[in-house]
Design a protein around this ligand. Structure first.
Ligand code: MN
Length: 497
């Protein structure tokens, strides 16, 4: 695969603030420093090293990040790999950009010796902690990883495997969590190719063949639908054919006995409309034209997926009675699906849209899973619009009042600031809470009213017999979960509070 050679102009013309002199100057200046610092360095592939930060920055620009994040993307390997130091970066670009660069460097550093699981957990832990400080660090890391995956051919086989595995297990799920579908899909396909080349080849051949066969057919339906929608007066933004990305196709095949005929959404049509109401109108028009397959209508608009994905999916009997999946969504939903949290800033408007109202009322998001994501959204609503470089201010204040602690097995427990081992114990399980006798933090005994700090490993020492929670605990516990369990226990025992 020939590498695409980028210039700084490629970055600038892909930002969402084209023509903004101040921001463009910042990016150019970051580029100049990176170019100078990496001068003479080559990547394993033989290309100039600067191409790597440029590709990283291009991804960041494309998903709508601000100029500071893009600048940090350009500078992300400077302190680590060149003579230019972090404090020089800080002097020139200020603390914010420097701390982003520093965060990315730190994420790349730590690697535990030990089993695969241990390394995995450690990496995951680092990601969470980095995210707790500033989610932009993780987004830069994802963009960095994407380019490393794209150029993975040039490193040795063993390293290829390790990096591909890490990408599949940590980076793609993280991209998914952040709702950046575009990056998630690309990371998965690249990792899939390295980890399971046989199945990758199989699936890509299958997909190509199917696509060629279906292209004419899909084009025909697109043409028909455009005509119908035009008649109805709905302003359609686009109607286009789409294909499933390879890894998700493979996963689906695995669930369906590797039988391609059981997969209806291999190739499909995506209709993008301006307003939410248009989605349902369009669905009506589609169903009037083509009979829907019963049980295949999924309304992810009123019930979004856990990562906030919203769209209507329906499978229809197309011409000649062939199945075809049609997705209907607004432009906003589309951008959210592709660009994730970055798009929340693109759309941070003051007026509450119908989607927001609907979302707030009806969204059923698994509590634990996406709690932080929802908080992010809330936070964004509060701080809403600003000078347009919204993501630049994305210090997740929410996380400032939140800590992540770990069980000795590496499970992540999400707690409010100043939470104690008793809160931790109840968060793990009410029975563990009730039996708490003592606690160790990072291997050392601590009092039960100890204030847990971000990243600490907490081990709860429990009694074999059910021990009574102490009413004194109510004086220091922070979570309502712990409070209510302790109160319930007191009540049951007839102890008055
Ligand atoms: Mn890098």
């Amino acid at each position: 695969m020939p590498f695409q050679t980028l210039t700084i102009e490629d970055i600038l013309k892909n930002t969402k603030f084209i023509g903004d002199a101040k921001r463009e100057a910042r990016i150019r200046s970051a580029y100049e420093i990176a170019l100078l610092a990496h001068k003479g360095q080559k990547r394993k592939s033989g290309e100039d090293y600067i191409q790597h930060p440029l590709h990283t920055a291009l991804t960041l620009a494309k998903i709508g990040m601000g100029s500071k994040t893009i600048s940090a993307g350009l500078l992300h390997d400077v302190p680590e790999d060149t003579k230019t130091t972090l404090s020089e970066v800080e002097n020139k670009f200020g603390h914010e950009i420097a701390s982003l660069v520093d965060g990315v460097t730190k994420l790349g550093k730590l690697r535990l010796k030990g089993t695969k699981e241990e390394i995995y957990l450690e990496n995951l832990r680092k990601m969470f902690l980095a995210m707790a400080e500033d989610v932009r660090v993780v987004i830069i890391k994802l963009a960095d990883r994407l380019h490393n995956m794209e150029t993975l051919e040039s490193v040795d086989k063993e390293k290829q495997h390790r990096i591909a595995l890490e990408t599949m297990e940590i980076f793609a799920p993280l991209a998914n969590r952040l709702g950046i579908g575009e990056i998630k899909a690309r990371l998965e396909d690249l990792a899939f190719r390295h980890l399971d080349s046989k199945n990758y080849e199989y699936v890509s051949k299958l997909s190509r063949k199917e696509f060629e066969q279906r292209k004419k057919y899909v084009d025909k339906v697109v043409f028909e639908l455009k005509k119908e929608l035009l008649k109805s007066g709905i302003k359609v933004i686009s109607v286009s054919g789409r294909t499933k990305h390879l890894y998700s196709l493979y996963q689906k095949l695995e669930r369906h006995d590797m039988d391609i005929n059981k997969i209806y959404d291999l190739a499909g049509i995506r209709i993008i409309v301006p307003e939410l109401a248009n989605c349902y109108e369009t669905l009506g028009i589609v169903h009037k034209k083509y009979r829907p397959l019963v049980g295949r209508i999924k309304d992810y608009i009123s019930l979004p997926k856990p990562n906030h994905y919203q769209s209507i999916h329906t499978t229809i009997f197309g011409p000649e009675g062939k199945f075809l999946e049609i997705q209907i969504r607004t432009k906003k939903m589309h951008d959210e699906a592709e660009f994730g949290i970055a798009s929340h800033w693109i759309y941070s408007e003051n007026k509450k849209s119908f989607t927001d109202l609907l979302f707030r009322k009806k969204a059923k998001v698994p509590e634990k899973e996406m709690a932080w994501m929802r908080q992010l959204r809330e936070w964004q609503k509060e701080f809403g619009t600003d000078d347009g470089e919204f993501i630049e201010t994305l210090k997740i204040d929410f996380f400032k009042n939140h800590i992540f602690a770990f069980t000795p097995l590496g499970d992540i427990i999400d707690l409010p600031e100043d939470a104690t081992p008793v809160d931790f114990a109840y968060q793990v399980h009410s029975e563990i809470g009730n039996r708490t006798m003592g606690a160790k933090v990072n291997g050392k005994m601590v009092p039960l009213d100890y204030k847990i700090k971000n990243g600490e490993v907490v081990e709860i020492i429990t009694s074999r017999d059910p021990k009574k929670p102490s009413r004194d605990w109510l004086k220091f516990v922070r979570t309502s979960n712990a409070k209510s369990h302790i109160r319930r226990f007191m009540k049951k025992e007839g102890i008055l509070l």
